[in-house]
Design a protein around this ligand. Structure first.
Ligand SMILES: Cc1cc2nc3c(=O)[nH]c(=O)nc-3n(C[C@H](O)[C@H](O)[C@H](O)COP(=O)(O)OP(=O)(O)OC[C@H]3O[C@@H](n4cnc5c(N)ncnc54)[C@H](O)[C@@H]3O)c2cc1C
Length: 371
C-alpha cells in the first residue's frame, strides 16, 4: 500500500489553504476532490467579500479567524498579485430601530478588534452616494473583494511548488484508523485505491458530515448535523451606482440582501437565506419580488428590468433554521479521540476571509497533537 503524509479531502478554498500550509512541513500532501476541478462548490458560489469581522460573537472562532484571516489575506493578495480591492462597505440603517442596531454592531465590532468603523451621517451619504437611501450608516474601510478563483489557483500552485498534488474526480469512500494514521479508501475515476496517510483533514464543506461518518471510530455524537442554507443572487445590468459594498442590517441567518461588486465591476444583489434539504442551485425568477422589496429599502432608484436571476450558493450551516448562532467547529483528537484527524464542520461565512487563519489553526492543532 502506498503512503503519503497528509490527505486533504476537499479542494475548496479551505482545503487548498490547509494544503498550502501543511505542505511547508510535510513533503507528501495529497488533495482530493470528488469534482473534476478545484473549488467547484461553495468556494465558487459566494459573495467574494473579504469581511472585516464585525458581527461575530466574542471569542468565537468566526470573530478571531476572520479578523486574523482578513489581515493575512490582504497580505497574501499583495504578495501574489491576486486581484482584490479594499473598497469598503457601508452598513446602512433606515429609521431609529435600525440605527440602534448599528450602534450594537459597532460595539461588537470593537470587541472583536475591528476599530476602524466610522459613522456616516445622512448628509455625508447624500453627497458621497446619492443613489443610496439611508438615515445613517457605518463605513467599514477594511472590507473588500477578491477574485476567489485566482486565489484558489495561487494556493494550489503554492502547495504544488512544495510537493503537494491535487487529484480531481477522487472521492473519499472510507477510512480506518491504524497505528500509523489512517488507511483510506478512495475512488478515483471509477477505480478503488487504498492509501495510508499519517494525517487526514476533512475539508469537505457541505459533505463534511458524510465524510466524518465514513471514518471508522468517529462517534456519531461528534458529528454535527449540517443544514443547507441556500443564498440566491440577482445580477444588475449596466453601470453600478455604488462604489462601495452596501449592506443592510443583518438578518437572522445571513447578512441581508446586500449589494456587492465583483472585480470586473459587475453589481449583484444577494444572498438571501432559504433552508433546503438537498443540494440544488436553482435560482427561481419568482424570487425577484422579494429582492425588489429588500433592495428598494436602500436603493429606491432600482430599475427592476435590470435585475436578473444569477447564481446560488449553499451555506453548510450548523445553525438550524430556528436555532441559535453556531460557530465554526474544527475538531482534532482532543474532541473525537482519533489522532491525526481534523474535521472542519460548518465553515460557512466568513470561511473565505478566514481561510488562511483556519489553515494556521489546523496546523496548530496538528502540532499540539504531534508534540
Ligand atoms: C451564498 C454564500 C455567500 C458567501 N459569501 C462569503 C463572503 O463573501 N465572504 C466569506 O468570507 N465567505 C463567504 N461565504 C462562505 C465561503 O464561501 C465558505 O466558507 C468557503 O467557500 C468554504 O470553503 P470550503 O473549502 O470549506 O468548502 P467547499 O468550497 O464546499 O469545498 C469542499 C470540497 O470538498 C469536496 N468533497 C466533498 N466530499 C468529498 C469526498 N467524499 N471526497 C472528495 N472530495 C469531497 C467538494 O467537492 C468540494 O469541492 C459564503 C458562502 C455562501 C454559501
Amino acid at each position: 500500500m502506498e503512503s503519503v503524509d497528509v490527505i486533504v479531502v476537499g479542494a475548496g478554498v479551505v482545503g487548498l489553504a490547509v494544503a498550502a500550509k501543511l505542505s511547508k512541513a510535510y513533503p507528501q500532501v495529497l488533495i482530493v476532490d470528488q469534482n473534476i476541478h478545484f473549488g467547484e462548490e461553495t468556494s465558487s458560489r459566494n459573495s467574494e467579500v473579504i469581511h472585516a469581522g464585525i458581527y461575530y460573537p466574542d471569542n468565537s472562532l468566526k470573530a478571531k479567524l476572520c479578523v486574523k484571516g482578513k489581515k493575512l489575506l490582504y497580505q497574501y493578495c499583495q504578495q501574489r498579485h491576486i486581484p482584490h480591492e479594499k473598497m469598503g462597505k457601508l452598513l446602512v440603517a433606515n429609521g431609529e430601530s435600525e440605527e440602534a442596531d448599528l450602534a450594537s454592531i459597532l460595539t461588537q465590532a470593537q470587541r472583536n478588534g475591528v476599530t476602524d468603523l466610522v459613522w456616516q451621517s445622512k448628509s455625508q451619504l447624500e453627497r458621497s452616494t446619492p443613489a443610496l437611501r439611508a438615515s445613517l450608516a457605518l463605513l467599514s474601510p477594511s472590507t473588500g473583494i477578491i477574485d476567489v478563483h485566482s486565489y484558489m489557483q495561487s494556493l494550489l500552485a503554492d502547495a504544488e511548488s512544495m510537493g503537494a498534488s491535487f487529484v480531481g474526480q477522487t472521492t473519499l469512500i472510507s477510512a480506518q484508523a491504524n497505528s500509523k494514521g489512517f488507511k483510506v479508501l478512495l475512488n478515483s475515476q471509477g477505480e478503488n485505491i487504498t492509501l495510508q496517510c499519517a494525517l487526514l483533514i476533512n475539508c469537505a464543506g457541505l459533505h463534511a458530515g458524510k465524510v466524518a461518518e465514513s471514518i471508522e471510530g468517529m462517534l456519531k455524537r461528534h458529528i454535527p448535523a449540517i443544514h443547507y442554507c441556500r443564498g440566491h443572487y440577482f445580477s444588475y445590468q449596466g453601470k453600478s451606482p455604488f462604489k462601495q459594498l452596501i449592506y443592510p442590517v443583518p438578518s437572522a441567518h445571513g447578512l441581508g440582501i446586500h449589494a456587492s461588486l465583483n472585480i470586473a465591476g459587475q453589481l449583484k444583489f444577494g444572498p438571501d437565506t432559504q433552508y433546503i434539504d438537498h443540494i440544488d442551485y436553482q435560482v427561481s425568477p419568482a424570487l425577484k419580488a422579494k429582492f425588489v422589496t429588500a433592495i428598494t429599502k436602500y436603493f429606491p432608484g432600482l430599475d427592476e428590468n435590470k435585475l436578473q436571476p444569477d447564481y446560488a450558493g449553499i451555506r453548510p450551516k450548523l445553525q438550524a433554521e430556528n436555532g441559535a448562532l453556531e460557530d465554526f467547529a474544527i475538531q482534532s483528537a482532543t474532541v473525537h479521540g482519533l489522532s491525526g484527524l481534523v474535521n472542519l464542520f460548518g465553515i460557512d461565512s466568513p470561511g473565505l476571509t478566514s481561510s488562511l487563519a483556519i489553515a494556521e489553526h489546523v496546523a496548530d492543532l496538528i502540532d499540539a497533537q504531534v508534540s
